[in-house]
Structures are given as structure tokens and as C-alpha cells.
Write a protein that binds this ligand. Structure first.
Ligand code: C2E
Ligand code: MG
Ligand code: MG
Ligand code: MG
Length: 284
């Protein structure tokens, strides 16, 4: 019967039934057009000062809603970009969106807020990331000190990266953050040598912040940041209790669902307006 036939046909194309291999293949195949058509979006998550409750910046996070596959996760997108030789286009898309928002921040009452973009270790290895960023930030007339680059500990430990790309970042004047700090292995010597501006403590430390052990780790990291003149920001803050515990331990900044989820750029203005209208919501 036609009805059953229709059902069967639908099932064949049901995204949930695709094998992982097919999905990966399609993601790789469609990424180029999605980047070119603006189907790959860049959302922004606010970063807040724990003491003043002011917005200090935003992190750019890639988003892609594939019409057949549904949401494609950022790690999938990054992997597909590498496989399809599109890493530089992905970086350019994110950096361009970051610069557009940076230009608007003074009008939104945030003249000194920063925008952070993530650069994966592989992008560092194979592409002239700094050249791409330099041409985009220059085209927009951006102050590089407000443009932050987030790299993971993994990238820092790669001597090739540490030797060349990070020197270029410093020369260009971008702000440098170490992402997911404490999740892997990192060398204190590198942190000092590379003039890291900001440590982003991994979410894992927040989840157990009520445990004494984690409090000691976070307190020590906040102290480390102070003595090395690095800002310390904690990721993944989901509750007011966590925010207060972190503030009491000397952490300066936070990012997480408690303050705001990643949002499309059009939503930022109303999100900021809501904060002003209901200030007690933000008090940890
Ligand atoms: P990340 O750079 O550590 O970004 C933080 C991730 O934590 C984001 O996931 C964010 O949505 C999520 N998050 C923020 N606040 C909370 C919270 O309170 N609770 C929980 N449970 N999660 C929270 P997302 O957007 O899925 O990104 C995952 C990772 O993908 C990022 O981790 C980053 O490493 C990578 N990524 C995202 N966008 C890009 C990009 O444009 N380029 C590159 N190379 N990597 C990207
Ligand atoms: Mg990040
Ligand atoms: Mg992180
Ligand atoms: Mg620096």
C-alpha cells in the first residue's frame, strides 16, 4: 500500500538510521556549501566578571543546523573542516562574525569587551591561522587586543605550534587564552614563556566545586593566575551557588548557563537589556 511504501521510504532517509560513517561523509561533503551559504552560524556566549557582574566578553561558538541531519556538533564541524580542507574557511567565518560583533560592542555599551575565537591544534599545525586572522581583523579595523584566541593545552604542548604560531599571535597583538585548562597536561614554563593572558579553567572543576579537593585546586589556580598576571575564567558555571563559591576562591570571571547560553548575535541586545532590567538575577 502507498502508505506503507511512503513510510518505508521515509525510514530509509531517516537521519537517525544513517550510519555514523554516512553521517560523517555527508557532513564533510556539505560543509563547503554550508559555509558559503551562511548556513554555518556563529553564536556567542557571554563572559561575566564575578565581582562586578559586568559583561567582559563573549566566546564565539560555531553552530550548524543541517537540514537533514539536524544539529552538527562543533567537534564534528571542526573534524569535517580538517578532512575537507576547509579549516581556513571555518576560521574565516568565525573570525569575520567575531569582528562584526566587536564593531557593535561600543554601541551596546561594552567598548572594552573582548571576543574569543577557538583555534584547534590541527588548524595551528597546517594553516597560516595568524595570516587569515590578520587580514580579517585589519579589514574590519579591529583592535587586536580585543580579539582573543583560545587554544587548548594540547596545542600549547606542540613544540611546532609553541615555536612559531604563538609568536605570530603575540606579534599581531591578539589576546591569548588557554582553554580547558586543567583538563590535560600543561607546562607552567610554557604558560610563562608564551605570555598567556587568560586561563580558562575546565568545567570539571565547577561540577565538584563543593568538594574540598576541587576548592583547593581552583583556589590554587586562581592564585597562580594572580601571580603570573593572567586572568582566570571558569567555564561551565550553571548555578548561583557555584558562582559564589568560585568568587570566594578568588576566581575573577565566569562563563556558563547561569549567565547565558550561546546565542545568535541578534539576541545579544535583548539579553543585555534583560540583565539591566532584572539585576538581582545576576547577583550570585
Ligand atoms: P569550548 O571552547 O571549551 O567551549 C565551551 C563549551 O561548553 C561550548 O560547547 C559551550 O556551549 C559549552 N558550555 C558553556 N557553558 C556551559 C555550561 O554552563 N554547562 C555546560 N554543560 N556546557 C556549557 P560547544 O559550543 O558545543 O563547543 C564544544 C567545543 O567545540 C568547544 O569547547 C570548542 O573546543 C569547540 N568549538 C566550538 N566552536 C568552535 C570553532 O569555531 N572553532 C574551533 N576550532 N572549535 C570550536
Ligand atoms: Mg573555547
Ligand atoms: Mg573550554
Ligand atoms: Mg599577549
Amino acid at each position: 500500500r502507498a502508505k506503507d511504501g511512503g513510510r518505508r521510504q521515509w525510514r530509509e532517509f531517516d537521519p537517525a538510521l544513517r550510519s555514523q560513517f554516512d553521517r560523517r561523509h555527508q557532513v564533510e561533503q556539505d560543509l563547503g556549501a554550508a559555509l558559503a551559504d551562511g548556513e554555518v552560524e556563529v553564536w556567542f556566549q557571554p563572559q561575566v566578571c564575578l565581582n562586578t557582574h559586568r559583561v567582559v566578553g563573549f566566546e564565539a561558538l560555531v553552530r550548524w543546523y543541517h537540514r537533514e541531519l539536524g544539529p552538527v556538533s562543533p567537534p564534528e564541524i571542526v573534524a569535517a573542516a580538517q578532512a575537507a580542507n576547509l579549516s581556513d574557511q571555518l576560521t574565516a567565518t568565525v573570525a569575520d562574525a567575531a569582528c562584526r560583533l566587536l564593531k557593535r560592542l561600543p554601541d551596546l555599551g561594552l567598548p572594552s569587551a573582548t571576543i574569543a575565537v577557538n583555534i584547534s591544534p590541527r588548524e595551528f599545525d597546517f594553516y597560516c591561522v595568524t595570516e587569515i586572522l590578520d587580514s580579517i581583523t585589519a579589514a574590519h579595523g579591529i583592535d587586536p587586543a580585543l580579539f582573543e584566541i583560545e587554544i587548548t593545552e594540547e596545542a600549547i604542548l606542540d613544540t611546532l605550534v609553541a615555536g612559531e604560531q604563538l609568536k605570530m599571535i603575540e606579534r599581531s597583538g591578539y589576546k591569548l587564552a588557554v582553554d580547558d585548562f586543567g583538563a590535560g597536561h600543561s607546562s607552567l614554563a610554557y604558560l610563562v614563556q608564551l605570555k598567556v593572558d587568560r586561563l580558562k579553567l575546565d568545567r570539571r572543576f565547577v561540577q565538584g566545586i563543593t568538594a574540598k579537593e576541587n576548592q583547593e585546586i581552583v583556589g590554587a589556580m586562581a592564585g597562580l593566575g594572580r601571580s603570573l598576571s593572567m586572568e582566570v575564567l571558569v567555564e561551565g558555571v550553571e548555578t548561583a551557588e557555584e558562582a559564589e563559591a568560585l568568587r570566594a576562591l578568588g576566581v575573577e570571571m565566569a562563563q556558563g548557563y547561569h549567565y547565558g547560553r550561546p546565542m545568535p548575535v541578534e539576541r545579544i541586545e535583548s539579553w543585555l537589556a534583560d540583565r539591566v532590567a532584572v539585576p538581582q538575577k545576576q547577583i550570585a
